[in-house]
Design a binder for this molecule. Sequence first.
Ligand code: G1P
Length: 290
Amino acid sequence: MQIKKAVIPVAGWGTRSLPATKNVPKEMLPIFRKPIVQYIVEEGIGAGLTDVVFVTNQNKTIIEDHFDRNFLLEQLLERAGKNEMLEEVRRVAGLVNVIGVRQKEQLGLGHAVLTAREICKNEPFAVMLGDDLLFGINTGIGELLDVAHATGKAVVGVIEVPDDKVSKYGVIQGDDLGDGTYRVTSLVEKPSPEEAPSNLAIIGRYVLLPEIFDILEGQQAGVGGEIQLTDALQGLADRDKLLAVKLGGQRFDAGDWVEYLTANIYFALQDEELRDDLVKRLQELLSCSS
Ligand code: G1P
């Protein structure tokens, strides 16, 4: 099976990041030099995906525009001789095939994925959530695609979280198959620490089989009154078609201010030109505030 499409739900309001996200989609907030969504798209491309399906609403068109040509800007950069920037702007526009579908009501993540049905049709596909930024080795959608290609099963990415954090996530129960892979037997969305079947929390990377759409069609609203993807995944687990893979590397939750700011610093520190000045300023700030 050749998997080409990444569904990226972007219709959410980003209430955790207000007021910054009142008129700017949360996916367009910058982390260092790039908007969040570009990191997600580049991760998908790096793993061999070629098409991105944005599940959008009317306030999110600038996300699609970011991956389109902007001839006025290109002309301006050309005339100004800013060739490096011109090249970069063109590179981003050529990164990926963009398909937009409108989610007319925000009824939950499961509903957002179902909205992409007409585009994904009978093909397996990836789902990537913009709040979860993954960097480094042994992480990202590529790890899940490898397992999906080898087994023909659906795969979710998981990380271990402490007890007091399980209620923020979907949590899996599974049989340990070794090498950080699990056969998923059950899942609970946003459990209390007492209800959580394990500490393995789903992070926003999935490879799904098209049969998830039929399951989602019949899915009742779950936690928070929303149609939950996690609940629908139980249907795949019941058919022994769901694996989980533990991801490594660095993970940042872009909807949490400490994590968002840390991600900015993480990238800025990797920039040789900025690193020394940034470290100096941070040290000054820390010595002032202590
Ligand atoms: C969603 C999923 C949840 C998953 C999380 C990962 O929740 O429903 O299962 O653990 O993403 O970020 P949300 O963060 O949208 O509430």
